[in-house]
Design a protein. Sequence first.
Length: 375
Amino acid sequence: MTHRQRIRTALARRQPDRVPLDLGGTGCSTMTTGAHSKLRVHLGIPAEPAAPLFSRRGSTAIVDRAIVERFQCDVLPLVPGAPAKAERDVSEIAFVDEFGVTWQRHSGTHYINVNGPFQKLDEPVPADVDRFAWPDPLDPARYTGLGERARALREQADYAVALTAWLGPVHLSQFMRGYVEWLEDLLARPSFVEALLDRFVSLWIVAMDRILAECQGEVDAVLFGDDIGTQNGPLFRPELYRRFVKPHHKRMVEALKRRGVPVIYHSCGSVAALIKDLIDTGIDALNPVQVAAAGMDTAWLKTEFGRDLAFWGAIDTQRVLSRGTPAEVRDEVHRRIDDLAETGGYVLCGVHNIQAEVPPENVVAMYEAALEYGH
């Protein structure tokens, strides 16, 4: 099989010739710049002045093609262009993004959102959403050369091409309003919540439809997501997800499916209680399958949901990749392949982006074990 066929087969929950692999194919399955530099040195790949960034906020890198080829990975990333006025630096360690959210650098290179345009409002109302100067989803800078880049990726050894879309509506709402404030709004100010979700998702659909039109069928999957889980369970009650968020997720998935692309939904944490709802929205795969969170046992997930859902990720980063030995990493890979790969429907990678503290030896062990055991 080609790389593209392998990913397409797994997303259709059929059995490919081997377990497909991803490193750097999406914005949630790549590496920080520090981890990337360490891995390059470990593999003896000549250093570059700086790897191109996948995300400034997360300090994540576009993984070097030599690494992708070294591990026989199957996915290449497609990142939409930035609008003409995407970011505005306000200090040496802070910037404001196009949604008016202020990000400040902490702990070296990572940025944390510290303020949003609605965060200081005591009683926000739908009119506040209307008054905000929303970014233009059709800004030409977002699409300049995008189709050409998608076609160029397709021509390179027939890799699968994954588009990392704009973030999801829960995250954007939290960033613009504040985490605590938005959770309170779900109960105290539902009309504001609805107005904010509806406005953003409407812009999101316009932008994603234009992006996929520019790519003219060259995209094999789209990833978008929110974090709707914590370590121990959903971020909010399932009935609140069904009332406020699920209808918008369904709109987003339907918009992507009209363009004929499979959808990967990303949420960290324990989302077991919401998986039936996520399947109902029409998604094809769940990422990152945070196996250390409550209720996220991979054998159970496969038995319960494997007929309707593919899984993308699942190699534990909380302990095994970051603090385990290479032998423990290999055991982890064997376990997840045993649990998730039978009958197809599994793409192997780490649970979220590989951080700088992960030993490069463990990254090598993960992909070598997957290549040895995944046939």
